[in-house]
Design a protein around this ligand. Structure first.
Ligand code: AMP
Length: 279
């Protein structure tokens, strides 16, 4: 595996790389969720590029950009063990030189849910950096986790709206044995908070069971999920049933309904989601 720090070096290295080429964009602090994306990319492509970049543009000023866990040495070892060809780990100045002035913004689905909590600049930062990474790397496929369900829809839309010749591959959410979705931010949780945090996935499961036993009324499904969070003393930032197509509100819960939750537990802001009523 080769670690590359500049766009020029990356372009040169990739000029003759065998295709297809898969890109896994990450902010590092690898866990099994990241590794599952890398493994899928390794299976499906001749060349695998993993980008490691904590993107300042997607953090609001009050968020955890400075505290975000970083361990490039460990990430490099893990990526190498998975057979990654190139680790692209640019500096902030390489991605956003001081005279950088261009951003990509999306209307509609990039202005709700996460955007209402984190500010509209969150997806502006995500979309801009993904656009830049696509232009820097020129992948045939790019890999994203279902854990960030709204991000997946936003990226799919970006690819359609701006005609990127990239196939988006979405990988399932990897969880701890007790259900907690893996996240780089789980390191912020104390032991009791870590225990309370399982309420997020338990609330999704409870809703899923209600739907499996015939409930299709959104209000009643949400009440089931809400009760689990209440019991753990968790007040969600949002707990919403939305269409999996365009995140519009739903009148009935069916096989393409997303239940998405975001909540603060201690210092960690956690998100999780489930697709309800699936077969
Ligand atoms: P991040 O480094 O947090 O930006 O995540 C990089 C990629 O890994 C994103 O596409 C995430 O959706 C994905 N990811 C994060 N956590 C998980 C998880 N628990 N299971 C599967 N994919 C994940």
């Amino acid at each position: 595996m080769r670690t590359v720090r500049t766009v020029a070096e990356l372009r040169e290295a990739l000029r003759e790389a065998p295709r297809p080429l898969g890109l896994v964009p990450t902010m590092g602090a690898f866990h099994e969720g990241h590794l599952s994306l890398i493994r899928r990319a390794r299976e499906q492509n001749e060349t695998v590029v993993v980008s490691l970049f904590v993107n300042p543009a997607q953090f609001a000023p009050n968020e955890d950009f400075d505290a975000y866990p970083r361990d490039e040495k460990r990430d490099g070892r893990l990526a190498e063990a998975e057979g990654v060809d190139f680790l692209f780990a640019p500096s902030v100045d390489e991605v956003y030189p001081p005279d950088h002035q261009t951003y990509v913004v999306m209307e509609g689905i990039a202005t709700i849910l996460e955007a209402e909590q984190r500010g509209t600049s969150h997806f502006k930062g995500v979309i801009t950096v993904v656009t830049k990474l696509f232009n820097m790397v020129g992948p045939d496929r790019a890999y994203f986790g279902q854990k960030d369900a709204q991000q997946v829809l936003v990226i799919r839309k970006l690819v359609r709206d701006l005609n990127f010749p990239v196939e988006i591959v979405v990988c399932p959410t990897i969880r701890e044995p007790d259900g907690l979705a893996l996240s780089s931010r789980n390191v912020y949780l104390s032991t009791p908070e870590r225990e309370r945090a399982t309420a997020l996935s338990r609330s999704l499961n409870a809703a899923d069971e209600a739907v499996a036993s015939g409930e299709s009324d959104p209000g009643r499904v949400l009440a089931v999920a809400r009760a689990v969070l209440d019991e753990a003393g968790i007040e969600p930032e949002y707990l919403e049933l939305r269409s999996l197509e365009d995140l519009s509100p739903v009148e009935r819960v069916n096989g393409s309904t997303l239940l998405a939750v975001a909540a603060r537990v201690g210092n960690a802001r956690l998100i999780d989601n489930a697709i309800l009523g699936g077969t």
